[in-house]
Design a protein around this ligand. Structure first.
Ligand SMILES: Cc1cc2nc3c(=O)[nH]c(=O)nc-3n(C[C@H](O)[C@H](O)[C@H](O)COP(=O)(O)OP(=O)(O)OC[C@H]3O[C@@H](n4cnc5c(N)ncnc54)[C@H](O)[C@@H]3O)c2cc1C
Length: 296
């Protein structure tokens, strides 16, 4: 199936060579020869040089050597959000804007985290309403705001495997490094499944950047579960998510020691590793203090 989405056309100025025909050309991805719209699972079987496209906001933001074809996942028409009671299932094609605006259930104390993490991706509303949750997770940038959200809430990624042997992996383990993840060529992320138990937990969010509107240098999220367990998730400051888990809220000293053992602080123009280590320690202590106060 070949075609062009008005969405992609608008967002990325894809130029149709022939509106009824087969081939379309990305104006800024000059090697792209075709854009297929996936409507069924068979359509996401990728050919040589093809990659899946969510919103395309990252794909069209830098050169993509070897990329000759795009498969637009939006045509699969997956429901953006499915609330089963036990799980909030977020389709990979759900946009960041949609996720940030879902109505909370009364018991979802963690609901503000949806907007807080979405806000951490500082971009125009055009990007927000186009970029997908799956695209953000699969781009696997350290500052992946949906990675921060999903990892901190113990979400699981459901992957349509290229060999048909679909699998699940915790999002905190999905990302293996800066722009790397567990996907094999041809694997497609289907959904991110958030357990309702995590949504019922209390959370505290901190983010810091080198400049007021800069990309996240560190995102520190704390979660205190109903049974008292304390979970601290660090992203953006490290090349992949780091999670520290405690049965109860740790003391300041215990937390400091646990943070001192982290050895994958990230280094890029958005922050040096020693700065990221220092600010993460400050933010983690703030989060610990916020969640240590009993709920009123
Ligand atoms: C102004 C601006 C600010 C930005 N700020 C940030 C930021 O703070 N943090 C950040 O992380 N990013 C940022 N980005 C980069 C990018 O926009 C986001 O990461 C966005 O969420 C990517 O989503 P997308 O749907 O557009 O992904 P796409 O561009 O469509 O895809 C990204 C990658 O994931 C793959 N992919 C997409 N969907 C799937 C799927 N379901 N299964 C398998 N592979 C898939 C694609 O093949 C591609 O390799 C920014 C971009 C802009 C333009």
């Amino acid at each position: 199936m070949t075609g062009i989405t008005p969405r992609a056309c608008t967002a990325h100025a894809l130029r149709a060579r022939n509106i009824d025909g087969i081939d379309y050309v990305g104006m800024d991805l000059i090697d792209v020869q075709s854009v297929r719209i996936a409507r069924t699972r068979n359509d996401v079987v990728l050919g040589p040089g093809e990659r899946p496209m969510g919103g395309g906001t990252w794909l069209f933001s830098e050169p993509q050597p070897g990329l000759t074809g795009l498969v637009d996942l939006a045509g699969l028409d997956w429901p953006a959000i499915t609330d089963t009671g036990d799980t909030l299932s977020v389709a990979a094609t759900c946009t960041i804007a949609t996720l940030s605006r879902i109505r909370p259930r009364a018991e979802w104390h963690a609901h503000p985290l949806l907007a807080e993490c979405s806000d951490a991706l500082l971009a125009s509303s055009k990007v927000w309403t186009t970029a997908t949750v799956g695209g953000n997770v699969c781009a696997s940038l350290p500052a992946g705001a949906m990675i921060s959200l999903a990892a901190s809430l113990d979400a699981t990624a459901l992957v349509w495997a290229v060999d048909g042997d679909d699998y699940r992996v915790p999002v905190r383990d999905f990302v293996t490094g800066a722009t790397t993840n567990v996907l094999r060529p041809g694997d497609v992320l289907r959904s991110i499944d958030i357990p309702s138990s995590a949504l019922r937990a209390r959370t505290a969010f901190r983010k810091i950047s080198l400049s007021p509107l800069g990309r996240s240098g560190a995102v520190v999220i704390g979660r205190r579960d109903a049974d008292g367990a304390f979970v601290l998730t660090i992203t953006a400051a490290t090349d992949r998510p780091v999670q520290l888990r405690f049965d109860t809220t740790p003391s300041a000293v215990t937390l400091r020691h646990a943070l001192a053992a982290i050895d994958n602080w990230y280094d890029d123009p958005h922050g040096a590793p020693d700065w990221r280590r220092s600010v993460s320690a400050v933010l983690a202590e703030e989060v610990r203090g916020e969640l240590d106060v009993p709920r009123t």
